[in-house]
Design a protein around this ligand. Structure first.
Ligand code: DP6
Length: 349
């Protein structure tokens, strides 16, 4: 027999960035972060997990290609979920797995991203969140989403925020064992339905410095990171929570743009400096800043992760439509393929 479960998890985009760990193994951050979870119809991971007495070892396929599960991050997630596995019974098929059996049974895992890997968009957040959620369903784990988020966190920090929809906060926590470093939902996806998120794919090239090694180097060498984590983010997080609660787009945009810019300033303050944005990213920032100023009130917020692609958050449908028109005018795509990925976010309109 084979028992299977499938889960689907969207990716999330941070508006207050996580950058820097205080514990590399447990993945504990140096500051709180806040993100918005995207609509699952657009950028998401679907993962099917299966268990069978016929399986000889744990195996995993990502977008149809087998990958190694030997890395510490996968092992940590599998171990933590297995610890919490409970009895599972499928009466119709006469299958019963007792709690103690889970230690001996092996898993097969198949995971797919519904967005082109070539678009250069982060997938680890949705990937680990989905893996943990699917395994929790299969193994009848009783922990709630926040407790599961603390397990997904050990796969990739940003993954802990993908267990919820809407706006989500990853509380950094204080404990050395990481038990209080988990995600909570601030508001659900219905709270601020006016917002439209457009992703302008500036380059589909793989980033040169991974988030993991980039943030390690920043922790080791950037004094701006220390200042940011201790002085800036604690206050900014409170202001951001307020802006979200009040659906105050002007404050939201100001804080999100400032936080993205400071994160990239920390990257420049790292030795050797890390350049994630390119000339096009900078031109998009200038363009949005100018547009927002000319309107008197912000229409669009921008945020950039560890790469040059722009995540643009428009205040409403009208601003989103104008933004797409303007982007196509000022940054004309060079080919049809370019246009396809350029318009990835258009599906949200
Ligand atoms: C810039 O979660 O990819 O996207 O924990 O090492 O897997 P690891 O890093 P990762 O870092 C994400 C960094 C970021 C900001 C954010 O999502 O908060």
């Amino acid at each position: 027999w084979v028992l299977m479960k499938t889960a689907q998890t969207p990716t999330n985009i941070a508006v207050i960035k996580y950058w820097g760990k205080r514990d590399e193994t447990l993945i504990l951050p140096v500051n709180d972060s806040i993100s918005v979870t995207l609509d699952p119809a657009h950028l998401c991971t679907t993962t099917t997990v299966a268990v069978s007495p016929a399986f000889q070892q744990d195996r995993m396929w990502l977008n149809g290609k087998e990958i190694s599960l030997s890395g510490g991050r996968y092992q940590n997630c599998l171990r933590e979920i297995r610890k919490r596995a409970r009895e599972v019974e499928d009466k119709e098929r006469g299958i019963k797995i007792e709690k103690k059996d889970w230690a001996k049974l092996h898993l097969h895992i198949a995971s797919y991203n519904n967005f082109p890997t070539a678009a250069g968009l982060a997938s680890s957040a949705a990937g680990f969140a989905c893996l943990v959620f699917a395994l929790a369903k299969l193994m009848n784990v009783s922990e709630d989403e926040s407790q599961l988020s603390a397990i997904a966190r050990q796969g990739s920090g940003s993954a802990c925020r993908s267990l919820f929809g809407g706006f989500v906060k990853w509380i950094m926590g204080k404990e050395d064992d990481g038990s209080d470093s988990l995600a909570v939902q601030l508001v659900d996806e219905k709270h601020w339905e006016d917002l439209f998120i457009i992703i302008a794919v500036v380059s589909s090239r793989q980033k040169e410095t991974s988030s993991t090694s980039g943030m390690r180097e920043s922790v080791e060498t950037s004094s701006l990171l220390q200042h940011r984590a201790k002085e800036v983010v604690p206050k900014r997080t409170i202001q951001m929570e307020e802006a979200i609660q009040n659906r105050d787009f002007a404050s939201f945009a100001k804080l999100a743009c400032a936080d993205s810019n400071q994160f990239h300033a920390v990257c420049l303050d790292t030795l050797p400096p890390i350049f994630y944005m390119n000339d096009t990213s900078h031109r998009i920032i200038s363009y949005v800043e100018k547009w927002n100023r000319s309107e008197g009130t912000p229409q669009v917020a921008y945020t950039f992760d560890a790469g040059p692609n722009a995540v643009l958050i428009a205040r409403d449908r009208k601003a989103a439509a104008q933004l797409i028109q303007r982007l196509l005018f000022y940054f004309p795509p060079k080919s049809d393929t370019d246009l396809d990925s350029y318009l990835l976010g258009d599906k949200t309109i």
